[in-house]
Design a protein around this ligand. Structure first.
Ligand code: SAM
Length: 364
């Protein structure tokens, strides 16, 4: 019989802070701790415990249990888990170079629009139903806090939104100790019309770019962004179209982002080989753009219907011709190719596989 003996050493230290509530005090100390402003060492040792168990997966702590993926690409650079991000994120120990998140905007409240000449309801699904401002704030604070633990110390996060959620996201970022770097305005070149004719046509979304730490420098490919912008500094207003028909070949997610937008984000803020997380993956536009650019991806998506679209999209680019056709359709990739071919080639040593993912279950 094989036994697993877990040795748990307990370190404990007292911190005194001024705060308006116990919750705020805890948040302050947690932030100091994760920024390494509090370091526990053996002077804080208070005890040791030995726990003996049979080696059997059921007995392992949650973060040591391998997570079963919904899909893994043959080269392990595209990984998808189907489940709730709030439950899954605390279950593994891994830090990513970059996170892109397109969370629920909470704007599905029975609105209408026009598509192909027809009046249609713009509700996206139950996951997007409007909620009270307090609930939206609590939701954003929670997932952004979980994501901060999953970022490398020099890592950055991008979050998309509209006025419905973006101010709440910005507040949560600041509260959690992230540093906001830019707020990108994505000006859609082909927005749908406003049929009520009582407001300006909505034609923008915002994408906040923030880094994990106030004091730790982030990566920005300034030269490439300048080159893409015709040798002028790239501004924070990006004029890019919404998704094109060729991006819908595996059926479409109701809020699918265009690959061109994700390609720019990834080229600006990561090097080849980087690991990218998307906690609200949808149809995995982030993952497809990541792989087209030689980056690696983990997506988490709750709805199996959308996970299936992600898998189909990844399988589609297994075909080398489709892979290069899609690259050619993205102007930023073409511009990057004529100046910085090495932004697609990985020189650093990187983790090849996500250590906490089990092998795919064998299907009949
Ligand atoms: C705005 S969509 C993302 C679309 C994606 N960017 C794309 O291009 O396809 C948000 C996604 O988050 C998923 N979602 C919402 N809450 C979730 C949760 N708690 N855990 C995992 N996924 C969640 C929804 O099912 C939805 O597909």
């Amino acid at each position: 019989m094989e036994y697993q003996v877990t040795i748990t050493e307990t370190l404990s230290r007292r911190e005194y802070v001024e705060a308006s509530s116990a919750q705020k005090a805890e948040e302050q100390v947690r932030r100091k701790y994760s920024d390494c402003n509090i370091i526990l060492d053996d002077t804080h040792f208070v005890g040791v415990d030995f726990a003996v168990k049979n080696v059997w997966q059921e007995t392992l702590p949650l973060w040591q249990k391998p997570i079963t993926p919904y899909y893994k690409s043959p080269t392990h650079d595209f990984n998808l888990v189907c489940g709730d991000t709030f439950e899954l994120l605390p279950q593994f120990n891994f830090q990513f170079d970059m996170i892109f998140a397109d969370p629920p905007y909470f704007l599905s409240s029975g609105g209408i629009s026009v598509q192909s000449g027809k009046v249609v309801c713009v509700d996206k699904g139950d996951w997007d139903k409007s909620m009270s401002q307090d609930d939206i704030n609590a939701f954003n604070l929670k997932w952004l806090s979980l994501c901060r633990d999953k970022l490398k110390k020099n890592g950055t996060i991008w979050i998309s939104g509209t006025y419905h959620n973006i101010f709440s996201v910005a507040n949560a970022l600041t509260q959690l100790g992230y540093k906001i770097l830019n707020v990108i305005t994505w000006a859609k070149t082909n927005p749908p019309p406003n049929i009520s004719c009582r407001y300006f046509t909505y034609s923008t979304e915002f994408i906040i770019w923030a880094r994990k730490n106030e004091k730790v420098a982030h990566y920005y490919n300034y030269d490439l962004m300048k080159h893409i912008n015709g040798d002028k500094q790239m501004t924070d207003v990006w004029r890019l179209p919404a998704i094109a028909p060729w991006e819908k070949t595996c059926t479409k997610h109701p809020t699918q982002k265009p690959l061109g937008l994700l390609a720019r984000i990834i080229l600006a803020s990561t090097k080849a080989g980087a690991w990218i997380l998307d906690p609200f993956a949808g149809s995995s536009t982030t993952g497809i753009a990541a792989n087209l650019l030689g980056r690696r991806y983990l997506g988490i998506e709750r709805e199996e219907e959308f996970a299936a679209i992600s898998k189909a999209r990844r399988e589609e680019i297994e075909d080398g011709r489709t892979f290069s056709t899609y690259r050619k359709k993205i102007p930023d990739i073409m511009k990057a190719e004529d100046t910085q071919t090495d932004c697609f080639t990985c020189h650093d040593e990187v983790v090849e596989r996500l250590p906490f993912l089990a092998d795919l279950p064998i299907t009949q």
